[in-house]
Design a protein around this ligand. Structure first.
Ligand code: BES
Ligand code: ZN
Ligand code: ZN
Length: 527
């Protein structure tokens, strides 16, 4: 069950919905049109309510029209909809993609607090070159579905509600003249696909580690229709010489899986390309539970480590969205290959020990001085494998790799890094995509000198350097040892924003689905 978004040409005042969203900029109550603050819909609704609407909004001080504000006003039978929900758009001059997404999400969440089943919103053109009507429609759909998200599948009444049940909210009507529907519909559909993929990633990250095992992730990948999917198990992982991956996986009774999902654009989709078709490989860290292994984490640090597969969730779910878009005019025009090393990091009699030296798939030997720096080990072999399998033009990995990244950038932002120079165009493009997608991403350096921290007295590399010194970049420099020097590669450390205590209208707290939107905006080259 998902929030349905329907186009309608009913007038706002007579549409059969339980609430009408009324987007307002800061300073909405001024009558000075030159400030661009007044809204024709506000004037119309105010008249219908006998001038009580503006009066109410003025009296209700917390509502200032700031981005994220929302205030519900009963209409006492003066309107078909029992409520108007005023939503803040922020300053008129700041109107952008984020403002559209966030404002509608705030309105949807206000409707959910009132336990409403349907809301309506009159579409308005943004009058901005960056925001054409189809993009605005897409952003409204994204914001509505992202904001409506609730994770309730583990509650006792799950059978009644089901996954992604969105409380009781069933429908968002977007009101626009019939003539506009053909322009808005593809935007809405794209927004739905992007947001639903984000919500699917959220579901997997929220769900507990006893449910979301490597086998479960593999099953989810195999269920994606229209893509080729191969899953390798423990025997194949060892036969391929993935000593680094196996070293992490072997301590758990859950069998590890190496998941490979493959998308090739149809000739029709590819022919729409202005540039030659690229092969883009995505690698996602899939540690379904990170206890730290024998270098055991303290209880507090372990509590949320079911989220250590957020990179895998983003990668698989992005592939799911790509599959849904295949065959539509909005299909991805590049070849995309996803590789997900999935395993648990557990202590046991079979577990890898601190001090063990293992050989990775690329032949390099690694001394493991800390079994809790496991993400870089499984990624090392997955990166080697990805490059061997498809020789990608671009290689992008997403991983909840270091606690240091949370210290550096907080829960708000992920870090991006890559081989200096060769990766810069890819990094710049991903930074721009993240900005448009409404996800915070910020660069960290990989200096040559950081390589010193990888020196081991006994092996080619050591898996963890000095604590408290540029931990995220040190994770990056370790991964770099497994990426061809000339390859465009970007590493996204998503340890902070993958799971957050912050509550943003379009990103309810908990699992965020971080990365899905940035990846899709990049792959679809969305404005
Ligand atoms: N999964 C953790 C990183 C993490 C921490 C993710 C907090 C999300 C929130 C990772 O495997 C880890 O334990 N990293 C170590 C690396 C260190 C031993 C070099 C860390 O950050 O302490
Ligand atoms: Zn760890
Ligand atoms: Zn980890």
């Amino acid at each position: 069950m998902t929030l349905a978004i329907q186009l309608s040409s009913q007038p706002a005042e007579s549409i059969a919905a339980e609430a009408l969203l009324l987007p307002l900029h800061e300073g909405f109550a001024t009558s000075d049109a030159s400030q661009g603050a007044s809204s024709p819909l506000l004037s119309k609704l105010d008249a219908l309510l006998g001038n009580a609407l503006i009066e109410h909004l003025k009296l209700h001080k917390p509502f200032k029209g700031k981005l994220g504000d929302a205030s519900a006003i009963p209409t006492y039978g003066k309107l078909q909809a029992p409520y108007i929900i005023a939503v803040g758009l922020g300053k008129k001059e700041d109107l952008n993609a984020k403002a559209l997404r966030r404002s509608v999400a705030a309105g949807i969440r206000a409707a959910m607090r009132l336990k409403l089943a349907s809301v309506a919103l009159a579409f308005e053109s943004a009058n901005s070159p960056e925001l054409d009507d189809a993009s605005s429609a897409r952003l409204l759909a994204e914001g509505a579905i992202l904001g409506a998200y609730q994770f309730d599948t583990l509650k006792g009444n799950a059978a009644k509600t089901g996954p992604n049940a969105y409380g009781g909210l069933k429908t968002l009507h977007i009101i626009a003249p019939e003539a506009q529907h053909a322009t808005l519909q593809p935007g809405i559909q794209l927004g739905e696909i992007i947001a639903q993929a984000t919500c699917t990633a959220r579901d997997w990250v929220f769900d507990s580690a006893n449910n979301v095992t490597p086998t479960y992730l593999a099953e989810q990948a195999l269920q994606i229709e229209g893509l080729q999917c191969t899953v390798l198990g423990p025997d194949e992982i060892q036969q391929l010489g993935m000593g680094a991956f196996w070293q992490v996986a072997k301590g758990s009774i859950e069998p590890p899986k190496l998941i490979h999902l493959s998308y090739k654009p149809s000739e029709k989709a590819a022919s729409g390309n202005s540039e030659p078709i690229k092969t883009i490989a995505i690698v996602g860290k899939g540690v379904t539970f990170d206890s730290g292994g024998l270098s055991l984490k303290p209880a507090g640090a372990m509590e949320l480590m079911k989220m250590d597969m957020a990179g895998a969730a983003a990668a698989i779910s992005t592939m799911g969205a790509i599959a849904r878009l295949a065959g539509t005019p909005q299909a991805v025009k590049h070849r995309v290959e996803a590789f997900i090393p999935a395993c648990e990091n557990m202590p046991s009699g079979h577990a890898g020990r601190p001090g063990d030296v293992i050989t990775a798939m690329n032949g390099k030997t690694i001394e493991i001085n800390n079994t809790d720096a496991e993400g870089r080990l499984i990624l090392a072999d997955a990166l080697t494998y990805a490059q061997k399998q498809c020789n990608p033009d671009e290689l992008i990995d997403l991983a909840t790799l270091t606690g240091a990244c949370v210290i550096a950038l907080g829960k708000e932002a992920a870090a991006i890094m890559g081989t200096p120079k060769v990766s810069q165009p890819l990094i710049d493009a991903l930074l721009a995509s993240a900005e448009r997608a409404g996800e915070y991403l910020w660069p960290l350096p990989i200096y040559d000198e950081y390589k010193d921290c990888l020196k081991s007295p006994v092996a080619d590399l050591i898996n963890s350097g000095a604590k408290g010194e540029a931990g995220s970049s040190k994770g990056g420099v370790f991964l770099q040892a497994f990426v061809d020097k000339s390859r465009a590669w970007a590493h996204l450390d998503i340890a902070g924003p993958a799971y957050t205590g912050k509550d943003w209208p379009e990103v309810p707290k908990g699992a965020t689905g971080y990365g899905v939107r940035t990846l899709l905006y990049y792959l679809l080259n969305l404005a």
